[in-house]
Design a protein around this ligand. Structure first.
Ligand SMILES: C[S@@+](CC[C@H](N)C(=O)[O-])C[C@H]1O[C@@H](n2cnc3c(N)ncnc32)[C@H](O)[C@@H]1O
Length: 526
């Protein structure tokens, strides 16, 4: 048994009874606080799709490339190519110099140049970086110790074989070949394959503050956190700055967990993914519980949710029969399996068709997997198309029906970002095509209410100094002027209290719920 090691003032690392090592709370950690902050992760680089639009060191997005809805109000960012390879870009001389000297760009530049116009996949670029840093450091340094101690599960990958193992071998072999171009150091494929396995087990997607994936990160400090499907903490990024934040109060000596996977999936899917990607059988509190909030049914008569361990509605006594249930569950499984396949049709038309089929069963509510994912995918596609009304309806459904059941705390970062996106899309609806909703809701009041919810929760969700908090506060200031509220005290009184608590908004809330109910009825009956 190795002795506990301090990871941050709030957390320590020690051997876990069934999961290697784990991270535990040093004292009581209040909800919504930063547990760990890593300013300079070992690897933090843009993926192929974002090499052109993100700084290769600080991950700042070029202003004109930023997605339209969430990224307003950022200081302008202009990127320039590295003149050596013309593959990576930087927002400043300082970022370029740091990446060149402290990270491995000095080494990889010539490799990227030799491959140009072919761009190496992010995993190949990452393992070359890891390997270079591992071998350049003196034995006993934090980097060598940190990378050396990462779990690789190499034998497990070899045992399951298949596509992943083939890709590990191919990527390692190709990267070893590419590394020969460098006069500094070249690597053996087996060594790089081990780095590849460590990367698969321990890396995370770098996401923007609004959870758009832009790259790949590996920090040996955050790689120590084990998984739970009902985590008490979450990993966040602000540029290349990684943090782990608490989602609830965590008492002293309790394990701190994050989720490795998409929590909108069913228990079966979650378990399968964790087993095949991370080689463990999840026995977290949610997987061990008979009740799965996301797999509740819906009473076909009165629409009330029926929890997983019963098929009788507690509200009206209606019984969901096997004849209704079995085909509905089979449909949800088949749509999920279909959508997880490579190169599948994820167009708006096919996603909408799946959604209507699922709602058409009349026993599956908005929370039942994969319905939340379908709403999310449709909202994203409609935003990309500038179809604001449709995007608004799908985001509103998530806001009203899914988030409160999924994320118990109002300051869960996904819920706060979802609320902000809803507010931003509402602005577009009001500007572009107000007829339709315009007769039904007071845009400014609802917008003000949504932003009050965001600003009141952002301190806990993202941290008061985060770029997301700054963006939300600026938008709030604008809207306060539009609504005619110039006293900070008046606005601040309602911060974080929820729409219903704000006088004059109860009526608007009822209208929003009605809009969602009517929208779902149209999806069910189509
Ligand atoms: C990113 S590492 C986490 C740190 C790891 N426990 C260690 O000792 O380095 C991921 C690996 O930890 C283990 N692990 C993570 N969460 C687990 C859990 N809930 N139950 C069992 N093993 C888990 C699995 O072996 C998984 O592949």
């Amino acid at each position: 048994m190795s002795p506990p090691v301090n990871l941050s003032p709030s957390a320590y690392l020690k051997d876990h009874p069934s999961a290697g090592r784990g991270v535990f709370a040093s004292g009581t950690i209040p909800a919504g606080t930063e547990i760990l902050s890593v300013a300079d992760p070992l690897i933090c680089i843009p993926d192929e799709a974002h090499l052109d639009s993100c700084c290769h060191y600080c991950m700042a997005e070029a202003t004109d490339e930023a997605p339209s809805v969430n990224q307003a109000y950022r200081a302008p960012v202009k990127l320039s190519y590295c003149l050596g390879c013309r593959v990576v870009k930087y927002c400043s001389k300082a970022c370029q110099t740091t990446d060149w000297k402290q990270k491995a760009h000095k080494y990889e530049c010539v490799i990227y140049k030799a491959q140009y116009p072919r761009i190496l996949p992010v995993t190949a670029r990452a393992i070359l970086r890891m390997a270079k840093q591992f071998l350049s450091e003196t034995p006993g340094s934090n980097i060598v110790g940190g990378i050396g101690a990462l779990k690789a599960h190499a034998e497990d990958f070899a045992k399951i074989g298949g596509d992943i193992w083939e890709m590990a071998n191919l990527t390692a072999k190709a990267a070893a070949e590419f590394s020969k171009v460098s006069k500094q150091i070249s690597f053996e494929p087996e060594f790089l394959r081990d780095m590849y396995c460590k990367l698969l087990i321990n890396s995370a997607s770098v996401v923007t503050q609004t959870f758009d994936p832009i790259g790949l990160c590996l920090a040996y400090q955050s790689a120590m956190f084990n998984h739970s499907c009902d985590p008490n903490a979450v990993m966040m990024f602000d540029g290349r700055q990684l943090s782990i934040r608490s989602l609830k109060e965590i008492t002293k000596d309790t394990e701190i967990t994050i989720s490795y996977i998409d929590n909108l999936a069913s228990r079966k899917e979650r378990k399968e993914e964790l087993k095949s990607r991370y080689f463990f059988d999840c026995s977290c509190s949610l997987c061990s519980s008979g009740v799965q909030p996301l797999e509740s049914l819906q009473c076909p008569k009165c629409n009330v949710l029926i929890t997983t361990n019963t098929t009788t509605c507690t509200n009206c006594g209606e019984i969901v029969t096997e004849d209704e249930l079995t085909p509905a569950i089979a449909l949800s499984t088949s749509i999920t399996t279909q959508r997880n396949k490579k190169n599948v049709d994820k167009s708006i038309a096919s996603t909408l068709k799946s959604l209507k089929q699922l709602y058409g069963t009349r026993v599956l509510p908005s929370t039942f997997p994969p319905i939340p994912q379908l709403h999310r995918d449709l909202a994203t596609s409609y935003i990309d198309e500038g179809n604001w009304k449709s995007a608004f309806l799908h985001l509103l459904t998530l806001y009203v029906k899914v988030y409160p059941n999924m994320y118990a705390t109002p300051y869960h970062p996904v819920r706060v970002v979802g609320t902000f996106t809803l507010a931003m899309v509402l602005i577009q609806v009001a500007v572009d095509e107000p007829e339709g909703f315009g007769e039904r809701i007071d845009f400014t009041k609802v917008l003000y209410g949504l932003l009050t919810v965001v600003c009141g929760n952002v301190e806990k969700s993202h941290g008061g100094n985060s770029s997301f908090a700054e963006m939300a506060r600026r938008k709030m200031e604008e809207v306060k002027i539009d609504v005619g509220i110039d006293s900070n005290r008046e606005a601040d009184k309602w911060m974080g209290k929820g729409l219903k608590a704000i006088p004059g908004l109860e009526g608007e809330v009822a209208k929003l719920i009605k809009i969602v109910d009517e929208f779902l009825e149209t999806l069910k009956s189509d």
